[in-house]
Ligand binder design. Structure first.
Ligand code: SAH
Length: 395
């Protein structure tokens, strides 16, 4: 079996439980091929773990076992899936929540693959050609571990040489289009075979629920970068008087309407703008519009015809512009999935944006990834989600 020799610093991290292997950590050039299982050792040849090689956007492979010689056998993979399902047994039994993450890569013991559960169907995301080589074995074991799976879809999240489609049906029966899933009784229309996205970001489940339960009743809501309007729908189901959703993508209008309608809410009574968020903010400021609860959940980076946006560069400024649009005693739900921005940096940006207004405020709640998105030790980039609930004019 071939070996990977790590430099001292990287070896220490792997010893502590970090599963990610990086190109710059290698003490010797890599000989192993994509998909190959290798022994990981330090420069003194001490064994550190078993890994497979897979080239991702970040990293060249993942440690998956501390047992010398352990390969990616059916039994090993089966064990991972059993454990992952057990960990989520309360979610699996919860009839009012039918979509969640079933397997979260390295957080569940094997990096480079995630599996999401959509009411009996699963979506497997592959992050490298290395892990994709194990597809048949993995999919077989998945079905064996969870016999109730009705159908399997896949997303190819790397540049495949054979130009695989980014989304396709794999086996079993096909899901309805849309497939209606629920989160604590709120319904969402999802499409399991439309590009890389399904219509809902499952990592925000707890944020949607807290918005619905504590920040919506009797309130007006502004949802910026709204995508399919999932936050707006949660708010409307929580008794919001009116929601306003803003997203620049044309598809967002129809998708957002559909999300309301599958919950029996008249979409015509909600506002949905296909518009650049920055232009909308200008418009709202000019009209002196205010909202009781504002949700800000932008992509980490975005390029529109007019401008490039990045959380690191633009978040504080956006928050600052939103304060005048926040009604007295209103709330801001500030979210980012930018892995390159730490929690500390994010809080600094928020304070910077809020401070200049002179209004008092408090940070009422902070949310991170929910329990179905576990993170491996010393892997900060995987712990990307940061959400802060701000209550304005708090005294
Ligand atoms: N908050 C959403 C997810 C946002 S995904 C949710 O929880 O479901 C990011 C969205 O930002 C995309 O739908 C994209 O179309 C939109 N977007 C990117 N740049 C934008 C801009 N400048 N103005 C408005 N929308 C933008």
């Amino acid at each position: 079996m071939r070996e990977i020799i790590l430099k001292t610093k990287a070896a220490k991290l792997v010893k502590k439980g970090s599963p990610l292997l990086n190109q710059e950590d290698l003490a010797k050039p890599l000989e192993a091929k994509e998909g190959e299982c290798v022994r990981v050792c330090d420069e003194k040849k001490e064994f550190l773990g078993m890994a497979y090689v897979g080239f991702q956007h970040k990293g060249i492979g993942w440690v998956y076992s501390k047992k010398d010689g352990e390969k990616l056998t059916p039994q090993f993979i089966q064990g991972l899936f059993q454990k992952a399902a057990q960990k989520r047994s309360s979610l699996m039994m919860d009839e009012s929540t039918t979509a969640f993450r079933l397997f979260n890569g390295e957080g569940d013991g094997l990096g480079g693959i995630t599996i999401d559960w959509y009411d009996g169907f699963v979506v497997v995301s592959w992050y490298s050609a290395g892990i994709y080589q194990w597809k048949e074995l993995i999919v077989d074991q998945l079905q064996e571990a969870i016999p109730s799976i009705q159908g399997i879809y896949e997303k190819i999240r790397y540049a495949s040489k054979e130009k695989l489609p980014e989304s396709q049906f794999v086996r079993g029966v096909k899901a309805n289009e849309p497939l209606i899933v629920q989160e604590e009784g709120v319904r969402y229309a999802t499409y399991l075979d439309e590009g890389l996205m399904t219509g809902i970001f499952l990592d925000q489940r707890e944020v949607r629920t807290l918005l619905r339960d504590d920040y919506s009743a009797g309130k007006t809501i502004l949802n910026l970068f709204s995508y399919t309007g999932a936050f707006s729908v949660a708010a409307a189901m929580g008794g919001a008087i009116q929601t306003t959703s803003v997203d620049v993508a044309n598809r967002s209008l129809e998708k957002t309407r559909e999300q309301f309608e599958v919950n029996g809410i008249d979409a015509a009574e909600q506002k949905i703008y296909v518009m650049d968020v920055f232009d909308y903010i200008k418009y709202a400021a000019k009209k002196s519009l205010t909202f009781d609860t504002i949700v800000l959940d932008p992509p980490s980076f975005a390029r529109t015809k007019k401008r490039t946006f990045s959380v690191a560069k633009d978040y504080a400024g956006l928050v600052e512009q939103l304060v005048p649009l926040t009604a007295k005693n209103g709330n801001l739900i500030l979210s980012t999935n930018a892995a390159n921005v730490s929690e500390k940096q994010f809080l600094e940006m928020i304070h910077k944006g809020l401070r200049s207004s002179g209004r008092r405020y408090r940070l009422a709640h902070q949310k991170k990834l929910p329990m179905d998105f576990p993170v491996a030790p010393h892997t900060p980039l995987s712990d990307y989600l940061k959400v802060v609930f701000v209550e304005m004019d708090f005294s």
